[in-house]
Design a protein around this ligand. Structure first.
Ligand code: C2E
Ligand code: CA
Ligand code: CA
Length: 742
């Protein structure tokens, strides 16, 4: 019966060496009554059940077929798998359950297997279920041989792999769908491994957007970040890093392509988590938004530019002005707005026509743009009105210079369509902060000033504040005549004696510059030194004074007068010149004057400006043998002990303390302590501006070394000074001759 039949099959399967006849005899004896037999029977039943369980619960159908492929056995679980009872299969071949095509394919395959009596495994084939559906079975089998070793067919198992196949197919399908999508779309899909940083997937759009081979994206995962422009890189990589903390990422950035072109990218990314919620991948889409960006830029450009001249329009001008004002305010600088209006442009327009009028306006824009500095802005407000923003103005004079250049440039003839003609311009200037604190008031004040320029005959400029006009004009005139004065040799050096207080002898002199102005007469340094310093003219002027003073000093030595020092004043600008020491050295060589007869005076303020580099410079000068004096000492409120760090020789007490000496106890106290402390530091002290005997008496008592002042002599031209030298050695009271060494 059935169980025994199964047992027989299973038994054979369990013990392949057991022959059928033996098996049958075993069963026969199992039907006997011996205890031994009963026990065996019991054991058999147990094992039978075990195998039945196995057979019924396994999803593998077991079968046997003869040498023609006809089923001779089939395990009962075939019913639950294919729907057929085993009997329905017995006597049929597997090919009877296949569609014709498949039957032929598998039949051919099977034919060769059988011919070679080979075992086979994992042969997948279609099989029809009883309900008509088509499934896929995977079958394995091995040849059977009878006792005589003759081939008796195949024995094997079929496993239903339809589900797996379907799942595989579905996966393949979905991957295919994704691939089609990802590869058709113009955006780059990317997927990265967190741990390794490797690129798991990059769609082919990488090639079109990045202009690099797709392979590179995989082989060099840094390729992507390296392609980003330096200006954007840091921001993007910081944002990318935040994805690892679970944030989503969205950035717009620029990449540079191997052909040198720049592309704008919009990149969005998302973290991908595993079942445990751990972020293990990052994925995203990058699109090329270059076109959109360009369009935006164009729109922005249109919104901020004048379409005719492509200059800034009013909106942009006001924006820039507001920014510039904020900056100027912060830096404590000036800024200027110029309002330009072409004179009689309407006439031009009417005579040559609008088209040429437009050409002219464009030309004006070009000429103006060529004039200003990088940070400045040229705008066209409309019609023939232009504005200039000078973002950083150091001196009002600079601004006026620009205005003059503008007038001059626009005055140059225009050739349009074969016609040559000239136009002029009127300019109004408003300055921040003098003439207004905000964009609106500066613009409207510049406008007002422009109308004044028109009223006063056109082709000129006017500052909004009238007083400024006069001051600046004067200042500019001074600057110009200073320059000319230097070229024409209008300067003189006066000498003021420095007298040793103890002996009353002239031991030195200070060189003080004078300007012999052709119209104004003798001009004092207070009037022109500040302008010379601002314009830098002090550098050639100071060098000239030094050369003249050294040459004069040498001349007096050569004439047989006892040698003296000559003190020359230095401005900060000169002091800051590179090669300053070299220049001094050259002057000395040129004059053939020993360095010890030259003394350089720097004011306390200059000395204290950049102490460290001053120390080095002063040390160098002193090594050459030049003496250093600190001028106007006491005015800078620096302590003498601080001064002691500087390598110097002489301290000059400022005039203001000397003036107060006999009237103000404070002045006296200050002068006294300067002398004491300077002596402690082994410095000599010169008192400046000594005008009275009382002052001199005080200084003598306090052992001040030298004096300089009207009491002895005013600064004098070289000839007068020489007269003084001839009578040298006399105090102002008794001008007794000294033991002159001539
Ligand atoms: P400073 O270096 O303090 O020069 C001393 C000034 O005091 C001189 O004025 C001199 O004429 C004046 N003075 C001398 N004795 C008396 C006095 O008893 N009473 C009064 N009230 N004044 C007296 P000066 O010549 O007008 O020069 C003024 C300043 O111009 C100088 O001050 C110096 O800072 C500058 N200076 C003159 N020449 C040069 C130069 O060649 N280069 C540079 N960088 N600055 C110079
Ligand atoms: Ca001086
Ligand atoms: Ca002085």
């Amino acid at each position: 019966q059935q169980p025994i039949g199964v047992l027989a099959v299973v038994g054979r399967k369990g013990n392949r060496d057991l022959k059928d006849s033996q098996l049958m005899s075993n069963i026969g004896s199992a039907l006997g009554f011996s205890l031994e037999n009963l026990r065996q029977e019991e054991a058999l039943r147990a094992s039978e059940e075990k195998f039945r369980d196995l057979v019924e619960n396994t999803s593998d159908v077991m079968w046997e077929m003869d040498e023609n492929g006809v089923y001779t056995y089939c395990s009962p679980n075939v019913a639950s798998i294919l729907g057929y009872e085993p009997e329905e299969l017995i006597g049929k071949t597997p090919f009877d359950f296949m569609p014709p095509e498949e039957a032929k394919r598998v039949g051919d395959l099977f034919g060769t297997i059988v011919a070679e009596r080979k075992p086979f495994s994992l042969l997948a084939h279609q099989t029809r279920y009883k309900d008509g559906r088509l499934g896929v079975m995977e079958c394995s089998g091995s040849p059977m041989f009878d006792e005589d070793g003759r081939f008796a067919g195949y024995r094997g198992v079929d496993r239903d792999i339809s589900e797996r196949k379907r799942a595989e197919e579905e996966l393949r399908e979905s991957e295919e769908r994704f691939r089609q999508m990802a590869e058709q779309i113009r955006d780059l899909f990317w997927l990265r491994e967190v741990e390794t940083g490797d690129v798991v997937y990059a769609s082919p759009a990488y090639e079109t957007i990045w202009g690099r081979p797709l392979q590179q994206a995989y082989e060099d995962p840094k390729d992507w970040i390296e392609s980003i422009l330096p200006e954007d890189k840091e921001r993007v990589s910081a944002s990318f890093e935040r994805m690892l903390q679970g944030e989503s990422y969205e950035e717009e950035y620029r990449i540079s392509r191997p052909d040198g072109s720049i592309r704008w990218i919009r990149d969005r990314g998302y973290p991908v988590r595993d079942q445990d919620g751990r972020i293990y991948r990052l994925t995203g889409i990058a699109e090329d938004i270059t076109a959109r960006r360009r369009a935006e830029e164009t729109i922005r450009h249109l919104a901020y530019h004048d379409s005719l001249t492509d200059l800034a329009n009013r909106t942009m001008f006001e924006d820039r002005l507001t920014v510039a004002l904020a900056q100027a305010r912060r830096k404590g600088r000036m800024a200027a707005v110029m309002f330009l209006d072409l004179d009689r442009f309407k006439v031009v327009n009417d005579t040559v026509g609008h088209a040429l009028g437009d050409d002219l306006l464009q030309g004006v824009g070009e000429r103006l743009t060529g004039l200003v500095r990088e940070g400045d802005t040229v705008a066209r407000l409309g019609g023939d009105e232009f504005t200039l923003l000078l973002a950083e103005v150091e001196r009002a004079e600079d601004m006026v210079e620009v205005a003059e250049r503008v007038l001059d440039t626009l005055r140059q003839p225009w050739v349009l369509n074969g016609h040559e003609f000239r136009i002029t311009t009127s300019i109004g200037i408003a300055m921040f902060p003098n003439d207004g604190e905000d964009a609106d008031s500066l613009l409207s004040n510049a406008d007002t000033a422009m109308y004044r320029a028109k009223d006063q005959g056109r082709d000129n400029y006017k500052l909004y504040t009238p007083a400024m006009n006069a001051r600046i004009v004067e200042r500019l005139a001074l600057e110009n005549s200073l320059r000319h004065g230097l070229e024409r040799g209008e300067f003189l050096v006066y000498y003021q004696p420095q007298v040793d207080i103890a002996s009353g002898r002239i031991v030195g002199m200070e060189a003080l510059v004078r300007w012999q102005h052709p119209e104004r007469g003798l001009v004092f340094p207070a009037e022109f030194i500040p302008v010379a310093e601002e314009t830098g003219l002090i550098v050639p002027l100071g060098a000239w004074v030094m050369r003249t003073a050294c040459a004069q000093n040498k001349a007096w030595q050569a004439a047989g007068f006892p040698p003296m020092r000559v003190a020359v004043n230095l401005s900060a600008r000169q002091f800051q010149q590179r090669n300053f020491t070299k220049m001094v050295d050259e002057v000395l060589k040129e004059a053939d004057l020993e360095a010890r007869w030259l003394q350089l005076e720097i004011t306390e303020g200059v000395a204290m400006q950049d102490v460290e580099s001053n120390i080095a410079l002063l040390r160098e000068l002193r090594q050459m043998g030049v003496q250093i004096a600190i001028d106007d000492f006491g005015t800078g409120h620096s302590s003498l002990s601080y001064l002691s760090r500087l390598p110097i020789d002489v301290v000059k007490i400022d005039q203001s303390f000397i003036q107060d000496l006999t009237t103000d106890p404070n002045g006296a106290a200050i002068a006294r302590s300067i002398i004491v402390m300077a002596h402690n530091l082994k410095l000599r002290v010169i008192a400046e501006g000594v005008e009275t005997e009382e002052q001199l008496a005080f200084l003598k008592k306090r052992r001040c070394d030298e004096m300089q002042g009207y009491l002895f002599s005013k600064p004098a031209p070289a000839e007068a000074f020489e007269e003084m030298l001839k009578q040298s050695g006399r105090t102002p009271r008794d001008r007794r001759p000294v033991e002159a060494s001539r």
